[in-house]
Design a protein around this ligand. Sequence first.
Ligand SMILES: Nc1ncnc2c1ncn2[C@@H]1O[C@H](COP(=O)(O)OP(=O)(O)OP(=O)(O)OP(=O)(O)O)[C@@H](O)[C@H]1O
Ligand SMILES: [Mn+2]
Ligand SMILES: [Mn+2]
Length: 473
Amino acid sequence: MERFLLGCRAAVQMKKLAQIAVKRLAEVQHLESRPLHVVLGNEACDLDSMVSALTLAFYLENTSESKAAFVPVLNIPHSELALRGESVFLLSELNIPESSLIFRDEIDLHALHQIGQLTLTLVDHHILPSSDKSLENAVTEVLDHRPLEKQYPHSCSVTAELVGSCNTLVTERILQGKPEILDWQTAALLHATIILDCVNMAPEAGKVTPKDSKYVAQLEALFPDLSSRSNIFESLQKAKFDVSGLTTEQMLRKDLKTISGDSTMLAISAIYMDLEVFLQRSNLTAELDSFCQAHGYDALVAMTITFNPHNEPVRHLVVFCPSVDLQNTICEALEYSHCPPLNLTPAPTPHPNLRAYLQGNTLASRKKVLPILRDALWGGNPGAMRTPSGKPGSEDCSQEQMDDELDKTINPLIPEMSRDEEEPVLPPTPMNSLVDECPLDRGLPKLSAEAIFEKCSQITIARSSTSPPQKKK
Ligand SMILES: Nc1ncnc2c1ncn2[C@@H]1O[C@H](COP(=O)(O)OP(=O)(O)OP(=O)(O)OP(=O)(O)O)[C@@H](O)[C@H]1O
Ligand SMILES: [Mn+2]
Ligand SMILES: [Mn+2]
């Protein structure tokens, strides 16, 4: 009897499995017929890029009439997520499994584009690196928070607004479009990212704008049990700046952008440590040299940032370049830049291939330094500078821009200086980085459409199964 009963059970189990398989097959076939609309962040894949891709794809999937399947793709290899401590921390705090995410080395965008199954929304950037140039005509939407450096056809919807965080623009889109889809987990992702990008909404950091503050307040009004801003900022900042255990190569890759001139490729890495500590790293020059050789970079600019006892940023610039001529071109461009002036003071270094400076203008982050370097690579004449679209970009600095720069540098020092109320305090004009080399040419995709479907359904399951997750103990 027992054998008979076990047989019945097996038959029923098999039946159930067969039904699931048929259902899955139907779903996959359905997906197979649905083109993919990928929401893609930038190649540095900082928290702003990751979260704006996740949340905008979520919004589009829940509101769009298009029959496309909307999928967020993190524009880095899966293996590189671990270098982004703040992202790993936030995903774990919000119970979003890393396995539910889709990374650039797990999906072949070019192959999908070739069979006409791809449309793209770019978030937190709007210029594709040369290795992705052929994807340009798949771009149907841009959502970015730096000045536009490239025109897209009218059929492409472009939102570019100089706010502190791209996620402010995503939050605005959701709250104006379909606020009811916003769940606690998605709100927490948006809220935390805007707070980190805007340095805890501190005006003296020069990032936050009225729109960032407005939407952080709206998220808090809708979800009063979101964590406190200082808790969020401190834990994300700590995770972001924790570079313990990273090799020099990993530190260089952790927050990297690249630009290219005629035949020159330059990497710019944000380094979250003090200059002195960085220069004392063992074998530094050899490490920098092999990093550049391995990736075909002709020079590397490391932008270090730490904080003094008053918690103010201290910035240094390090220029590594074996070619004396190119090193002089880069250093002169940085030293003589006036838009913005970097106020550089040379600092001692252990090696002739290395030049270092203390950067007096502590508001000038990579968004400001990158255009100076790009001009230098294009022959130092802003008019000659070419954005990837081949259009000359104007890097000339108008008088009011220079006054504006001066303003930004002086204002935080004299808080009582009245700000023109209706004039919103804009963050330093972030410039898009002309990423030339996509650091992701790592061979063919590993996921078929079914596996992508599997991942997407995991995301759905992960989302639907979570009420506001209890904070981890
Ligand atoms: N004033 C500050 N106080 C505390 N933390 C600060 C302050 N300014 C920056 N940070 C922290 O350092 C990280 C890097 O900031 P950044 O160098 O200004 O650059 P960014 O990442 O905001 O923007 P970029 O100019 O690099 O543009 P992208 O190329 O990244 O698009 C900040 O995240 C903050 O934690
Ligand atoms: Mn951003
Ligand atoms: Mn950055």
